[in-house]
Design a protein around this ligand. Sequence first.
Ligand SMILES: O=C(O)[C@@H](CO)OP(=O)(O)O
Length: 258
Amino acid sequence: MVWHAEGMSAAIGTLVLLRHGESEWNAKNLFTGWVDVDLTAKGEDEARRGGELLKDAGLLPDVLHTSVLRRAIRTSVLALDALDRMWIPVTRSWRLNERHYGALQGKNKKQTLEEFGEEQFMLWRRSYDTPPPPLDEDAEWSQFNDARYAALPPEIRPRTECLKDVLVRTLPYWYDSIVPDLQAGKTVLVAAHGNSLRALVKHLDGVSDEAIAGLNIPTGIPLRYDLDAALKPTNPGGTYLDPEAAATAAAAVASQGR
Ligand SMILES: O=C(O)[C@@H](CO)OP(=O)(O)O
């Protein structure tokens, strides 16, 4: 490792962000959040292709960080299998979970748009600081009593979240767990979700609260970030390993509900 006089490491690893492949509820156009749905067959293919794209780019992850949701976990396993690197160390955290979508979890996006109108729909879906109404602890699509969150104090377990809430709970994990791996010079794969990755991208690129509303992350296409010693991207916005497919797929995410 190379050190500057001021004590900052100049050698920094490579960050790869990967949103899970298409999920069963992406396919059904339902708000998902913390509901633990699986990948579709198309989502599995996307995950494998994500691994192939990494292989073609010569990006071999040394370590994996995922959420505790199966769509991200299975995506990472399929991508790493394509790379013959299922053996790398893995850390999972609820802090990388999708945004908790509150009372919208399980609701159809098109019907929600028709019922509440464009402005409210987009406020809930993409505004930085307006969460959907909270979900009752014992509601059908609540995860409040799910065993995987039992170690979290009840006041920490969300009933709804806006993107700002996601950033607040994601950043400690970024600094405590991901940054040390990058500073050790590793290639770090983060397999997560549309909105937890939007929060990370907002932080990395310094995207404004307003502009983040227009940023959508496609499923299954690795997004590479090269960071300098101050953890600033030397390729602002990151580099999708398949830029054309990413642009088309991001536009499709943006227009969900229509
Ligand atoms: O439903 C969700 O959990 C997310 C991601 O699929 O949807 P959206 O892109 O509308 O925030």
